[in-house]
Ligand binder design. Structure first.
Ligand code: PLP
Length: 393
C-alpha cells in the first residue's frame, strides 16, 4: 500500500504515542472510579486532578475552573444552554457569529425556540467579526456572547481579546469555542477576559470523547447533565479517567512544544500555499492571509466549483487525506459550507474549496508528495475556468 499521508488535522489528530502510553494504565490495572474512597479510587482521583492542572495550565486557568466534558460539542452546548438556564430564557439575548460550529449554532437555534433571542454577527470576506459590529449589537438584554477563537473551515483567528474586553466592559458573559485554537496558538484567560472556553482533546493529539469547559470563578452556569454531582455538580457522570489522563498529557505536550512546533507548521503551511498558488493557475487562499492557524490552509480553485469532493477522492486514492470543508460536511454532502456563504462566496464557489490542515507529525517529504500530486489532480478535473470570488468588498 502506498504511504498514507494525513493532512486533515482540523477534523481530528492522531493520538501522540506519549499520550497513548500515559492512558494505558488507566485502561488496564488502574480502573478505579475517581469518586470511590478506596485506594484504587483515590489513585484515579489523583490522576484526574493532575490532568486538570495540565489542561488548566494550557490556558493559564486555575484547575478549579476546568470542567471535564465528553466533547467540544458538549462544552459548547453547556456554555450556551447552561448560561441561558442560569439567567432565565425568556427575554434574554445571545450574540454569536454566522461562522460558528454547528454545536453553537444549533444550540442557539434550540434556545431561540424556547424564547431566547439570538443575534448573529456577520463576518467579512476573510472570516473576521468586526468588533464595532459587536459593540453595535450590545443591548441591555444580552446575557452571553459566543464567538469562536479560530474557525474550523478557513482557519481565521478572531480579535478575541478586543471582543472579550467589550463583553467585560458591558458586564456580559463571553464564551469562546477554542476547539480549533487550543494547543495551536497561545490562549491565556488571565489576559483575555473570557468567562467560558470550550476545548476538545482530539484536536490536540489527545483521545476522542473528552473535552473541557473553562468556567471562570463566579460565572453563573447551570449543568447540562445532572446526576451524582461529579465535576462540582456541573457535569455529573463517572469520569472518563483514561480519556482525561490522555487529555492532560496532550495539553502538557501542546503547551511545552507549541512554540517550536508552530515554526515548523508555519513553514510547511506557507510552502504549500506558495507552491500551489504558483503551480496551479486560478488558486486563491481563502480566509485571512496572516491571522490564520499555523497549520491551516483553505484553498479555492477557479474552474473547479462543485468538484472539490472529486479532488478530495482523487487525493485519497493517492494516499493523501484532506478535507473539502469541515468534517461534519460528510453528513451534509453536497451542501456548501455556511462559513464560506457567510464570507460572501456564492453557493457554487463555496462547494469548490479544499482544506489542508497540518499537524505535529507532518514532514517536508509529505509536502513534496502533496505538491507533486495536487497540481495534476486539479488539472485533470478542471472542465474550464470560471472566475470565483467573494461578493464582499
Ligand atoms: N467547535 C469547533 C470549532 C470544531 O471544529 C469542532 C469539531 O470539529 C467542535 C467544536 C466539536 O468538537 P468535538 O468533535 O469534540 O465534539
Amino acid at each position: 500500500m502506498a504511504l498514507r499521508i494525513y493532512m486533515d488535522h482540523a477534523a481530528t489528530t492522531p493520538v501522540d504515542p506519549r499520550v497513548a502510553s500515559a492512558m494505558e494504565p488507566y485502561l488496564r490495572a488502574e480502573f478505579g472510579n475517581a469518586s470511590s474512597l478506596h485506594e484504587p479510587g483515590r489513585r484515579a482521583r489523583a490522576a484526574v486532578e493532575e490532568a486538570r492542572e495540565r489542561v488548566a495550565a494550557l490556558i493559564s486557568a486555575s484547575p478549579d475552573e476546568i470542567v471535564f466534558t465528553a466533547s467540544g460539542t458538549e462544552s459548547n452546548n453547556m456554555a450556551l444552554a447552561g448560561t441561558a438556564d442560569a439567567s432565565g430564557l425568556s427575554g434574554a439575548r445571545i450574540i454569536t457569529s454566522a461562522i460558528e460550529h454547528p454545536s453553537v449554532l444549533e444550540t442557539a437555534r434550540h434556545l431561540s425556540r424556547r424564547g431566547t433571542m439570538v443575534t448573529s454577527l456577520p463576518v467579512n470576506d476573510e472570516g473576521l467579526v468586526d468588533p464595532a459590529a459587536l459593540l453595535a449589537a450590545l443591548r441591555p438584554e444580552v446575557r452571553l456572547i459566543s464567538i469562536m477563537a479560530a474557525n474550523n473551515v478557513v482557519g481565521t483567528i478572531q480579535f478575541l481579546t478586543e471582543l472579550a474586553q467589550m463583553a467585560r466592559e458591558s458586564g456580559v458573559l463571553f464564551h469562546t469555542d477554542a476547539v480549533q485554537a487550543a494547543g495551536k496558538i497561545p490562549l491565556n484567560v488571565r489576559e483575555t477576559p473570557v468567562d467560558l472556553m470550550s476545548i476538545s482533546a482530539h484536536k490536540l493529539h489527545g483521545p476522542k470523547g473528552v473535552g473541557a469547559l473553562y468556567v471562570r470563578r463566579g460565572a453563573r452556569i447551570e449543568p447540562l447533565i445532572r446526576g451524582g454531582g461529579q465535576e462540582r455538580g456541573l457535569r455529573s457522570a463517572t469520569e472518563n479517567v483514561a480519556g482525561i489522563v490522555g487529555f492532560g498529557c496532550a495539553a502538557e505536550l501542546a503547551r511545552t512544544t507549541m512554540a517550536a512546533e508552530n515554526v515548523k507548521l508555519v513553514a510547511l503551511r506557507d510552502r504549500i500555499i506558495g507552491a500551489v498558488i504558483e503551480r496551479v493557475p486560478g488558486t486563491n487562499l481563502i480566509g485571512h492571509p496572516t491571522r490564520r492557524l499555523p497549520g491551516h490552509i483553505c484553498l479555492g480553485f477557479h474552474g473547479l466549483e462543485g468538484e472539490a469532493i472529486k479532488l478530495l477522492l482523487e487525493l485519497d486514492e493517492a494516499g493523501i487525506a484532506i478535507s473539502s470543508g469541515s468534517a461534519c460536511s460528510a453528513h451534509h454532502a453536497g451542501e456548501p459550507s455556511h462559513v464560506l456563504l457567510a464570507m460572501g462566496f456564492d453557493p457554487v464557489c463555496a462547494r469548490g474549496s479544499l482544506r489542508i490542515t497540518l499537524g505535529r507529525f507532518n514532514t517536508h517529504k509529505e509536502v513534496d508528495r502533496l505538491l507533486k500530486i495536487l497540481p495534476n489532480a486539479v488539472a485533470s478535473l478542471r472542465p474550464g475556468m470560471t472566475r470565483c470570488a467573494t461578493t464582499k468588498p
